[in-house]
Ligand binder design. Structure first.
Ligand SMILES: C[S@@+](CC[C@H](N)C(=O)[O-])C[C@H]1O[C@@H](n2cnc3c(N)ncnc32)[C@H](O)[C@@H]1O
Length: 335
């Protein structure tokens, strides 16, 4: 039943023509640019052919979603057929994509994320909540010398064999009341996870309190989320305005995204999130409660659950990322 309700949420967002056109257009361009940037042998690839293949991948996906004509029952079976992890793979996939994505996912993405958050890491112990494959934890173990202990927590053990002996790990469902780590950490991160946990103050609040109980006194939490950036929230805030102005010149989708109202921005983020996880990441079985919020809405929830917001860093539609969205980092201290 949960999957049907998630499918309805996606299909409703898909009826928003502005959002759908925006997402379809940025996905084609982002995939092509990311392949060209991250391919292990860029000299060997034919740019025009890559652009054409990305266009086909995205247009064919959107066409096939349209063909199910709003039938919620058919959406996840379609996503399962289109997933990069399906064997044999659907004909939308091509070698240049798969080769570039592999290098990006297991190496380049890790460094790019590390560069974004390294200034906020503190103390000697670190844990990534919702660590997925665990690659980022293993990467930090080698990159960040101050960390003597590194670990991941996830409700599922998705870890690859390569990292199993490298990092500490606990299987915990932090959405359950009073479920937290007995081991305390100085820095924790929660990257692209909270919107998969729930879509109410209560469900996300329980999760945030469990993370708080897993932090050392004075500990820090870094959250990455895709957020709505509605005009009325930004207009009286020079701090956000300044960040966005400096990003606009480097991020072609940002100006168009900012012109949309809250509801259309949310529909864009919903479509990007489903398509990223179902197609390239290849895990349509993931939970999609779509608990997206604006910066102000997150700040209210975070403060209510025992955090002080130290900094809000807008990363936006980061060029070279395969799956671009309106990324924001919240840097929080345990109160
Ligand atoms: C979109 S993935 C993000 C994975 C990784 N942080 C990244 O950015 O590549 C969301 C992750 O959150 C985990 N997750 C979802 N609900 C959870 C829960 N209740 N407790 C712990 N982890 C959870 C999922 O299993 C999944 O690994």
């Amino acid at each position: 039943m949960a999957k049907l309700s998630e499918a309805r949420t996606f299909l409703k967002s898909f009826t928003n023509t502005d959002a759908r056109k925006f997402v379809q257009s940025i996905m084609k361009r982002n995939y092509a640019e990311a392949i060209i940037e991250h391919h292990p042998d860029p000299q060997s690839i034919h740019r025009k052919a890559v652009i054409d293949k990305c266009q086909y991948l995205v247009d064919s996906t959107f066409q096939r979603i349209k063909q199910i004509q709003g039938s919620a029952e058919e959406l996840f079976p379609l996503f399962a057929r289109l997933s990069r992890n399906k064997q044999p793979r659907d004909e939308i996939w091509f070698d240049e994509f798969l080769q570039a994505y592999q290098l990006y996912k297991h190496q380049r993405k890790l460094r790019r994320r590390y560069e974004k958050i390294k200034g906020y890491l503190q103390g000697t112990s670190y844990c990534d909540i919702g660590c997925g494959g665990g690659d980022f934890v293993a990467f930090l173990k080698h990159q960040h010398e101050s960390f003597q202990r590194v670990a991941g927590i996830d409700v599922m053990d998705w870890r690859t064999e390569a990292v199993k002996d490298e990092i500490g790990f606990q299987t915990l469902d932090l959405s359950q009341s009073d479920t937290f780590s007995e081991i305390k950490y100085d820095t924790m991160s929660c990257l692209a996870v909270l919107h998969h946990v729930g879509n109410t103050d209560e469900t996300q609040g329980v999760f945030l309190q469990n993370i708080r109980h897993s932090l050392s006194d004075g500990g820090r939490l870094i959250i990455e989320e895709d957020v709505m950036l509605p005009k009325d929230e930004l207009k009286n805030n020079p701090y956000y305005q300044h960040q966005l102005e400096s990003l606009k010149g480097q991020q072609y989708p940002l100006s168009d995204f900012l012109k949309f109202d809250y509801a259309t921005q949310k529909d864009c983020i919903i479509q990007i999130d489903f398509l990223a996880n179902a197609l390239a990441v290849g895990v349509p079985e993931m939970a999609f409660p779509c608990g997206f919020r604006s910066i102000k809405e997150w700040t209210t929830l975070l403060e209510k659950n025992g955090y002080e917001v130290e900094e809000v860093k807008i990363a936006g539609f980061v060029p070279g990322n395969f799956n671009q969205s309106s990324h924001v980092y919240f840097v929080l201290n345990k109160k």
